[in-house]
Design a protein around this ligand. Structure first.
Ligand SMILES: [Zn+2]
Length: 290
């Protein structure tokens, strides 16, 4: 089976065969739980299991089977054997290819929920044909899903990594720095600005690392590595609680595996530990439990 969504906006005219349903109640997704195995439910029609979605989008096909996302109201009754779980909780518990589609599904639902009316004239929007978009029947404004680019960057200084604890984190979690790209900025300028604003240092050799959709609610994380150039750490006290340079073998508590932040830190630990000829330290990972 090819474990990849083939996206499409052309939904079949009728629901006649079992399909994957990514159904949300607020930001939690409905999953079938049996014997510690978690899966996305498959059924032909919502009515079959007593669901009445308040919004629904067709996503495409997965291994020849149709995929839909939908939202049900918070007062809806939940079918037996189904539970609602957050996507962070489901990471590592749900098969990865299904989790990736779930990340797309939650983004689509949030976008649909927040674009019911035209932002320009206030008229109720309708679906545009042949694309993932809505349009205003009055002023013809087209509304695409909002995707907010944010940079995330691992800064290195003589085999040590810059990690910071952000004030809005309630835990003792330390991570690499991140921030939204501003209008008129290149990604590299956003990297340089964020680091200067948050910890007061300059960096050089900014290099692309990879990217990750992060639909909480609509970000695209664009990862970089960079090297320290000049300055001493001076934290922005409004945003940052603490920041410092850490050896790969003496890291504080770091993010769980779902995030590109963790991928960056893992890359650093692996490559630098090898250089120093030491074994990477045992994991101390923040585990979300909702
Ligand atoms: Zn309008």
């Amino acid at each position: 089976m090819e474990n990849r969504l083939i996206p499409s906006v052309e939904a079949p005219p009728k629901k006649l065969e079992p399909a994957w349903w990514f159904v949300f109640m607020s930001d939690k997704m409905m999953v079938a739980e049996a014997d510690e195995k978690i899966s996305v439910p498959c059924f032909t029609n919502q009515a079959d299991i007593g669901l009445e979605p308040i919004r629904e989008w067709y996503l495409g096909t997965l291994a020849g089977r149709h995929c839909y996302c939908a939202e049900i109201s918070e007062s809806a009754s939940v079918p037996d054997n189904m539970a609602f779980r957050g996507l962070r909780y489901l990471y590592g518990r749900l098969e990865e290819f299904l989790h990736r589609i779930a990340m797309k599904a939650v983004h689509m639902i949030e976008w649909d929920r927040t674009t019911r009316y035209c932002g320009y004239c206030g008229m109720e929007t309708i679906r545009a044909r042949g694309m993932i978009a809505k349009e205003c029947p009055c002023c013809e404004l087209l509304i695409f899903p909002r995707i907010s680019p944010a940079i995330i960057v691992l800064v290195e200084r003589e085999n040590r990594v810059l990690l910071a604890r952000v004030k809005r984190f309630t835990s003792e979690l330390y991570s690499v720095l991140a921030g939204f790209v501003e209008p008129g900025e290149t990604l590299e300028e956003a990297v340089q600005r964020e680091i200067e604003e948050e910890v007061g240092i300059r960096v050089k050799n900014i290099r692309y690392f990879g990217s990750q959709p992060w639909p909480f609610p609509d970000s695209l994380m664009i990862g970089f590595t960079a090297e320290y150039e000049s300055g001493e750490i001076k934290i922005d006290e409004a945003e940052i609680a603490d920041a410092g340079w850490f050896d790969p073998e003496r890291l504080p508590t770091i993010p769980g595996k779902i995030s590109i932040a963790r991928e960056l830190i893992d890359w650093f630990v692996e490559t630098r530990s090898k250089e120093k000829g030491i074994a990477p330290q045992k994991e101390r990972i923040y585990k979300p439990n909702e």
